[in-house]
Design a binder for this molecule. Structure first.
Ligand code: C2O
Length: 348
């Protein structure tokens, strides 16, 4: 069998990343020595259910747990890799030029290619584990922002309750706060349309992206990205990564000035907004729907399966994980609540 040639980041040499205005930013997580990092293969014995964010009320028990986890994360020492800002930095470093490829000066990126789904799944996995650990509750799950169903097509209220909530972020577009209906393919300058029309448009976008346009794994996940390849660009991203994923980012986080988006609207800062993790939980849910309900299949290509990443775990220890070990969410200890999928039968 051919040896795999996966693209790997050079974790030993984290460098400054670049913000959209071209200034550099240091978002390097605490340094790791990759040769000393142990492999981690998950083998959960219980399976928790991630639920829609809009199903939780401000002040509910769930809200209290979730906010307490995030407060604790924010209060950890700034140098602790589990600290909330450090977690956001992990995204920044892997997305905006914090690493070159191992053995190659080209910048590494987890966007715009087939790495998008597995890397973000692992990223959320460790974020969720850290939450569980901090509140000492291994049944806690992240919610998902159910933007593909009418009930979920606005910023979920738990993220928008009060300015002092740890789930609130001030860098969201003030024109897009609830009850504004999310526009799943929003571009800067788009004018609001009638909410019912927006909902219909969104459902037909979902149908197109998940069904009509996602016939093969390359369509759905994105194109191959192997050792030595150029840094991937938007043209080879998978359908869901492009729309709605990218558009929900910019709809939420791009404020007055298109050239200077912040938090959810820009790669380097997007994971500073707690709603990022609910947004990505729904993106991750699309992977499960594509496989389980739409007849999709994972790649069997070894360069995909054997791509591995390093993350800090809930004990603040670095571990190495591999794409092949995240394909079954139940082994990671979670599944998604089986909520209605209103776009399955919508015509595009
Ligand atoms: Cu790494 Cu939604 O982005």
């Amino acid at each position: 069998m051919a040896l795999a040639n996966p693209v790997l980041p050079d974790y030993k040499n984290c460098i400054d990343a670049t913000q959209p205005n071209e200034t550099s930013i240091n978002c390097c997580p605490p340094p790791v020595d990759p040769s000393r990092v142990k492999d981690f293969v998950p083998s959960a014995t219980t399976v928790n259910t991630r639920k829609p964010a809009h199903s939780f009320e401000v002040g509910s028990d769930y809200y209290k747990k979730y906010t307490s986890a995030i407060i604790k994360m924010k209060n950890l020492s700034p140098s602790d890799p589990r600290n909330f800002r450090q977690q956001a930095n992990v995204h920044c470093a892997n997305c905006d030029g914090g690493y070159t490829q191992l053995g190659n000066p080209k910048l590494f990126s987890v966007h715009n290619s087939w790495l998008f789904f597995p890397w973000h799944r692992w990223y959320l996995y460790f974020f969720e584990k850290i939450c569980q650990n901090l509140i000492d509750d291994d049944t806690f799950t992240l919610p998902f922002w159910n933007w593909d169903a009418p009930e979920g097509m606005q910023i979920p209220s738990i993220y928008n309750s009060e300015l002092t909530s740890p789930l609130y972020d001030c860098f969201r577009n003030p024109d897009h706060l609830p009850p504004t209906v999310t526009n799943l393919d929003w571009s800067y300058g788009d004018k609001p349309v009638d909410p019912n029309i927006q909902i219909e448009n969104n459902l037909s976008i979902m149908h197109t992206q998940m069904i009509t346009q996602s016939k093969t794994p390359f369509d759905f996940f994105g194109k191959a990205y192997r050792a030595g390849d150029d840094t991937p660009t938007i043209g080879i991203a998978g359908q869901i990564e492009q729309t709605p994923h990218n558009h929900v980012h910019s709809w939420t986080g791009t404020i007055s000035d298109q050239t200077n988006p912040i938090d959810l609207g820009a790669l380097y800062s997007s994971a500073r907004d707690p709603v990022f993790y609910a947004h990505h939980s729904n993106v991750d849910r699309m992977w499960t729907i594509w496989l389980n309900k739409l007849g999709g299949s994972n790649f069997t290509d070894r360069d995909w399966l054997f791509t591995n990443f390093i993350f800090y775990n809930e004990e603040a220890k670095p571990v190495r994980v591999s794409t092949k070990d995240c394909l079954d969410t139940t082994k990671l200890g979670y599944k998604y609540e089986d909520v209605p999928i209103p776009w399955l039968d919508v015509s595009a």
